[in-house]
Design a protein around this ligand. Sequence first.
Ligand code: GDP
Ligand code: MG
Length: 708
Amino acid sequence: MKKNTLTIALAGNPNSGKTTVFNNLTGSNQHVGNYPGVTVEKKEGRLKYKGYDIKVIDLPGTYSLTAYSPDEIVARNVIIEEKPDLLVNVVDASNLNRNLYLTMQLKELEVPMIMVLNMADVAEQSGMIIDYHLLSTLLGMPALRMVGTRKEGIQELLDLLVGSIEGSIKKDVRRVGYPAVLEAEIQKLVEILPSEDGDIGGSGSVVAGPNGIKYPSRWVAIKLLENDSEVIKKADALSGSQKIMKQLELSQGIVKKALNHDSEMAIVEGRYAFIRGATREAVRIEKTDGVPVTEKVDKILLNRVFGLPIFLGIMWLLFQLTFTLGTPLMEIIEAGFMQLGSWADHQMAEGLLKSLLIDGIIGGVGGVVVFLPNIVLLFMGIAFLEGTGYMARAAFVMDNIMHRIGLHGKSFVPMLIGFGCSIPAIMATRTLENPKDRLVTMLVTPLMSCGAKLPVYTLLIGAFFAPQVAGNVLFSIYLIGISLALIMAKVFRTWLLPGESEPFVMELPSYKMPTLKAILLHMWERAWLYLRKAGTIILAASILIWTLLTFPMVDSQGHEYANAQLQLENSYAGRIGRVIEPVISPLGFDWKTGTALIAGVAAKEVVVSTLGTLYSIEDADALAEEEAGTVKTFAERAREQSGFTPFTAYILMLFTLIYVPCMAAIAVIKRETNGWKWPAFTIAYTCTLAWVICFVVYQGGKALGLGV
Ligand code: GDP
Ligand code: MG
């Protein structure tokens, strides 16, 4: 049987025009009293429209839904306990950012809801142009324009109310995406709350409260993290409350440590970041006087014309910094390793152990460790940009381009994380709700230049390019990485996983000066990770590579080779390298590069450590012949022994950028996609792409006579 009664509740900020809307709807058919138990005014009215009997409750006007005031508690309790069929959120459109704060909290209650943008006349007079349709899509609820005092929009509202009975309003799970740490803690709490399958909002489970009243699990988790006294009291009465409270304390600690302020603040800030993102897209403001600083800065940084050049300019500066500040520091560490090498050279007797130490470990691991300053500087820059709130803007700036390739700007966030490391970047794709968006983003993220590729670039740029152009060359590689990722995304979106991406909100946190402590902490973390990797994976790989390069030491007749060059070529690694040489020689690479590239599948830094060991073995031989002189730097050896020109060195950088993600990244793709299909696809397409691009560039360059 069709339902022909409907209960709606009006919620909104004080002075948003709720009473005006209420009066417009109910006429004189009103009843005023108090809510049971509290002296908060309760106003109810009725109306009939198109044969439906509609009951309207005017909730107390509030700015928020905390437990700090009786009005706010009443408002949320009525919504949760009496469960109106529909919530009508009356919003003062001329004061959108502040009013939407309540909207975000109402949405967390997971009740079907529509939004009335009242005071549209005032908003329009002040120069605001609101895209109602887009705003409605972004917030995931019907929204309509209204001027309550002139009864404009009342008719549409009535039709929407009836439409909701007839089921034309679909529930939408769109919601505030809090920072990843916070989301993880919300999830942990949701998982331990005693819950059943949701019958409200359709977006998940509910918690059965003390009186059999059902609360959305996510809402309870958020309120707990907000330290909401009422919800904490109710949670205390639940079964397993001890476990919940213990988790809560843990979670609050984690959030505080990661975000530098307590979880209550982090949640407030998260809602505002969402609102800022939504209004930035759906509202244009003609006049700017009286606009807060963040919005003013955004007007420049997010400008349609200048936004992209500004983003590129900032990245360019970052790479200049990585080189100009990094190189002198790198030279200090390098000098240290050279001292260590020549000390070992004098102290130790000739033999395998000496070669292992000098060529394998100092040449290999040392060759990677010297780039620590560049890595740390790059991450310092990224941590700074993230801390100021700019990184979220970068994604916003890219939104336009991303739409054109069938993705949403939000996909750019994981790609930016990919500058650091593909593994967290691939995991960050979880924030993308559309599965195709997510998969495409995951497939192209490895094309971004991660931190492990930086040592390869730094070595080759340092050895083959003048210091004045070093930063530019590095910037160009990063730019090619981004461009290729975008092009491949477009390709995949067109042929492999076609479909539209839905618009949704990108949170724009407010600008702030990151604390020195936070940046130092991040740098330290990165430095530690890098050194740990050098001491484990890279050390192990270096020893293995050294072994494969050193043996066998004699030819099949048992004779020693005439020189190191011959011995290397006939070593196990040399044989492997020569097997693949025909495949890579059209790209201008010899077997040594091939060996390094194969080894680099373990981790991209290993490309560098392998070259380091190779050159060191060769060089030791040359030095012994020439009478030991001064020890050479890695860059000098590369210049003398690699046979590269700036042109071929650049191609090697290109190849390193594009070809297979490292093993750890492949493992994460497998885990996130539940199978071998997509990781296998990633390996296949990246290798093919790397080969084709390098082939075209090398053969093209050769035809043009480019330094070959
Ligand atoms: P409430 O506090 O949310 O119940 O807000 P009221 O309905 O009492 O409205 C507050 C004031 O705003 C009143 O003076 C209304 O006349 C005025 N008002 C309500 N809606 C509109 C509107 O759409 N445009 C304009 N210009 N004024 C409005
Ligand atoms: Mg009122």
